[in-house]
Structure formats: C-alpha cells, structure tokens
Design a protein around this ligand. Structure first.
Ligand code: CA
Length: 228
C-alpha cells in the first residue's frame, strides 16, 4: 500500500510540484487548497503524513496543526510545515505547535523528499520497510511472501493487503469502516460484511501452520492484530 500524503498548500504551482515529485517517489497524494479543505480531507481519510503550508487561507497552518494534535485520531500524524518565513521566532513557534519538521520556501525538492522519507521512517517505520515482523509473522512487501514461524502462508491479494495494513499498526483496533477505507479505498463500494469474509480467510490462512489465532475480534469495535 502506498503511503498517503496530504499536501495543504494554496500556491497551485508549489502544490503541483509537490504532487508530481511525491507521486514519482511512489506516494499517493491529495491536495487541499485552503484550511477548510485540509480539515475535510483529514475527516475523510487520515493520511500517513501531511505537508502543511504555514500561510493557508481560511484556517492557518498553525491552527490546523493545533487541531490535528488535539484530536485523538490524528494526534500522532506526522506534519512537515512549509513556510516562506525565515525568522527564528517563527521557526521555534512552528515546532512548538507540534510540527515534526519545518522547511523554508523556496525549498529544494530533493531535500524535501529526503525529509518526508526521514519523518516517515522515524514515526512510521513499518510503512517504509520492505520487511515487517509482527510476533512470528514475517511479511515481505516486495515479494508479497508471508511466513509464520518460518512456514509459508498463502494469501490472496486482499488478504495480503489486510495483513499489511494491520501489521503497520499492530495492536490497534480497526472498525470495519476503517478497514474498508484503508484496504479497499474510500471510493470503492463494498459492504461491511465483506470485511468479515476476508478477515475469516486471513485468519484461516495464518492458522494453517498450526499457530494460534493472531487476529483479535473486539466486540462492536472491530479487529486487531495481536503483537505477541
Ligand atoms: Ca500560502
């Protein structure tokens, strides 16, 4: 699954440049042209990282940063603040607002791409690694090979994406709706029941080598991958 990055930037040329470069690097992107749009995008789907312009119409970048940090679902969302201001006081204020990094315009695209990678690697290591290990489950994201306690597990493409999604946030409980958005995509119409069917298949495949059930069902909340 491609990491999803929201670009909140009202200068169209800058936003398009960022989109072009991020998509060439294999990220999925969405652009918000003002603060309201940025908040709407965050409500629809929580990104893996946000590039946030400081001087944004309607709701400023600083205010968005503050709101993002106070909301439980987005409290840990990695944010790189973009700004034309260079004063040291602003820089410090930006960091105190809760941004993870800070880039001054005009920026070098290469440098920004390196910062994006660095922030993602620091905050969401599982997202950037080819190999993910959760308990005795090992996932190779390049070859799509999955093993459990060293034995091969055969998964269909949807089950693989489900497992990959869980493994990026081990222990976290996901509702069926969140899994639909994250694994199938927000614009695909699939019934919530479909999630149960694929969870069932994934569970069965993961237990085919004789191991215990690694997927926890949390009543009325959803599913999570056990970390032990
Ligand atoms: Ca601006």
């Amino acid at each position: 699954m491609k990491p999803f990055i929201v670009i909140a930037e009202d200068e169209k040329s800058v936003a398009e440049l960022l989109r072009y470069n991020l998509e060439s690097e294999g990220y999925e992107t969405a652009i918000a042209g003002d603060g309201d749009e940025a908040m709407l995008l965050l409500d629809e789907r929580i990104p893996d990282l946000m590039l946030l312009d400081w001087m944004l119409p309607k709701i400023s970048g600083i205010e968005i940063c503050r709101r993002v940090r106070t909301r439980h679902e987005t409290a840990n969302l990695p944010i790189i603040m973009l700004t034309a201001r260079t004063e040291e006081a602003d820089r410090i204020r930006g960091l105190e607002t809760g941004a993870d990094d800070y880039v001054t315009k005009p920026f070098s695209t290469n440098e920004l791409m390196a910062r994006v990678k660095a922030v993602l690697r620091r905050i969401r290591p599982a997202l950037m690694d080819d190999q993910i290990r959760v308990g005795d489950i090992q996932i190779d994201r390049t070859t799509h090979r999955v093993t459990r306690a060293g034995q091969d597990i055969h998964l269909g493409p949807t089950e693989f994406r489900l497992l990959e999604y869980f493994a990026q946030h081990p222990g976290r409980v996901f509702s069926r709706e969140r899994l639909l958005d994250g694994v199938w995509g927000a614009d695909v119409y699939v019934e919530a029941r479909t999630v149960d069917v694929h969870i069932g298949r994934l569970r069965k495949a993961l237990m085919s080598t004789g191991g215990t059930n690694p997927i926890r069902t949390v009543r009325s909340a959803g599913y999570s991958l056990r970390t032990d």
